[in-house]
Design a binder for this molecule. Structure first.
Ligand code: GLU
Ligand code: ASP
Length: 514
């Protein structure tokens, strides 16, 4: 049996064991809903990241995009994926409730994956449009919904979000390992098809268990408004129709990514102004908490901009400039590049859980803003390790695998100081009726981050040939990536220091929330 298959199998067994351990430790103390949301999200992320592992490679190899265009369109796709939650979160708060939104989103995404599995260029953008719309209804709402099963200051909430984050990453790990393997070693469409299959499994899991496990939570806030007919059609159906009608618009926005360059800043200014305004309307403490959340959300943009090279330029770098030979087997680069990060998260989640408890018992757990600052420092060290790896492999143009693995380990540790902390923070700092919306704003920051990432990635584009037509050598490509990694490392260090200095001020506005 090939080594890569053995790795997938060992990884799957290991993930299963970690889930079993997390479940047996927490099953008495946490609601059943945690596990339903955990598994639904796990399969959704399986498909999302399984597909992501292949996307940029499919674009450059199969659809004939050049690096620069592929990075920019990939950035626009991701930016839209993370912009739509603003609408999906808001519609859930106002009309649909979390449950209906999650089902609608899962349905759209299942269709999107299945369309991508059709081996045709013509349907490529349609598949992406369906995925973007679906993700907007699914992703923010499943994250916010979890918070509803805990009181806002419930000490179990952070643990619940860490377990949930582990579920995300079990899905991301298995999806990118399996789809990465299938896509690169069997066929692209098998890779995309398997991603779609598991999205359907997530949807079915949610539908089958939601009645018995979720009680009366997550139902529409005003069912009478949804049932009211407009021109003979119930309002709820109009909203479902809207989700589908958005698809052609979203497809066009990915294709013409320049429009997204314009739209995003406008949306950003509008969103920031409205959160500032909403904060001013709240009583002093709640308003300041909302503003504190906003500052942290804005800071996360930069983090995602640096971090999210992973599915773009680092995916291409891994394919070209990292020595994937392990004990005589050349591992599929999409599998390695995309599955190491979630693997480390599965591994590190218990360590971090234990570390936060240990620190908080002694009263020295860092505040969320301080954790954000540390996240940037670790990110910077991670990218710096890539630079060292590049120097070591300069002669052959191939970075040794272990530098690549160590760099990702540090980047992932940084992620654990920011991402799950940020999601939990949003649910703690926002007034209950605005959680869905604010979660949308959190993801909008990721949208900006992805857009920035696409731009940074496009600066690391490798030309196929020199001007005179001679091919571009590996030894020439590696320094371009290393220059990019070096700049990202420096910028991350600078951001980390600034945030650490600002942390005590932000914390004042948090009024005791950690
Ligand atoms: N990687 C995590 C997920 O897919 C976090 C993504 C984000 O917040 O942008 O849920
Ligand atoms: N670590 C990412 C998130 O938690 C997953 C990934 O990039 O594969 O979901």
């Amino acid at each position: 049996m090939d080594l890569d298959i053995i790795i997938v199998i060992i990884g799957a067994i290991f993930s299963g064991l970690m889930i079993a351990v997390a479940w047996s430790i927490n099953r008495r103390t946490h609601p059943k809903a945690l596990w339903l949301l955990f598994f639904t999200e796990m399969w959704e992320r399986f498909s999302f990241y399984g597909m992501r592992a292949l996307l940029i490679l499919y674009m450059t190899h199969q659809l004939g995009f050049h690096d620069k265009e592929a990075n920019l369109q990939y950035g626009a796709y991701n930016a839209l994926v993370y912009t739509m939650p603003l609408l999906g979160g808001w519609l859930a708060d106002r009309f649909l409730g979390f449950r209906k939104s999650i089902v609608l989103g899962a349905l759209l995404m299942s269709l999107g994956h299945l369309v991508l599995a059709i081996p045709s260029h013509a349907t490529f953008f349609l598949g992406l449009g369906l995925l973007i719309s679906g993700n907007g209804f699914f992703k923010p709402n499943i994250s916010s919904f979890l918070g509803k099963f805990y009181e806002s200051n419930d000490p179990r909430k952070d643990t619940a979000y860490s377990i949930f984050y582990m579920g995300i990453n079990v899905g991301a790990f298995l999806g990118s390992a399996l789809c990465g393997y299938l896509g690169q070693k069997v066929s692209w469409h098998w890779g995309f098809g398997v991603a779609g299959f598991f999205m359907v499994i997530g949807l079915v899991t949610f539908l089958v268990f939601s009645k018995s496990v979720l009680g009366d939570k997550g139902l529409p806030p005003h069912p009478e408004v949804l049932a009211k007919k407009h021109a003979g059609i119930p309002f709820s159906w109009l909203l479902y129709g809207l989700a589908f009608l958005l698809v052609p618009v979203l497809m066009t926005l990915v294709r013409l990514h320049e429009i997204t360059d314009w739209l995003l800043p406008i949306l950003g200014v509008l969103t920031i102004s409205s959160v500032i305004y909403l904060g001013a309307k709240e009583p002093k403490q709640a308003g300041e908490q909302l503003w504190a959340a906003l500052i942290m959300i804005v800071l996360s943009i930069l983090f995602w901009g640096f971090y999210e090279q992973s599915g773009g330029s680092l995916n291409l770098m891994a394919e070209r400039n990292v020595d994937m030979n392990l004990g005589g087997t050349v591992l599929p680069s999409a599998m390695v590049n995309n599955s190491v990060n979630p693997f480390y998260i599965i591994l590190l989640t218990p360590v971090f859980g234990w570390m936060w408890t240990w620190l908080s018992k002694r009263g020295i757990e860092p505040s969320s803003p301080l954790k954000f600052g540390i996240a940037f420092l670790l990110l910077g060290v991670g990218y710096y390790v890539f630079v060292l790896g590049g120097k070591t492999g300069a002669a052959t143009g191939l970075m040794p695998l272990w530098f690549f693995l160590l760099g990702y380990f540090l980047i992932t540790s940084g992620e654990l100081f920011l991402s799950p902390i940020g999601v939990a923070m949003v649910t703690k700092l926002s007034p209950p009726r605005m959680v869905g919306f604010l979660m949308g704003v959190w993801f909008l920051a990721a949208a900006f981050g992805h857009h920035l990432a696409g731009f940074i990635g496009s600066k690391m584009a490798i030309p196929e040939t020199h001007k005179d037509g001679t091919p571009f050598a590996l030894t020439e490509a590696l320094p371009i990536y290393m220059n990019g990694c070096h700049n990202i490392a420096l910028a991350s260090f600078a951001a980390g220091f600034v945030i650490i200095c600002l942390a005590p001020f932000i914390q004042k506005w948090m009024h005791g929330v950690k």
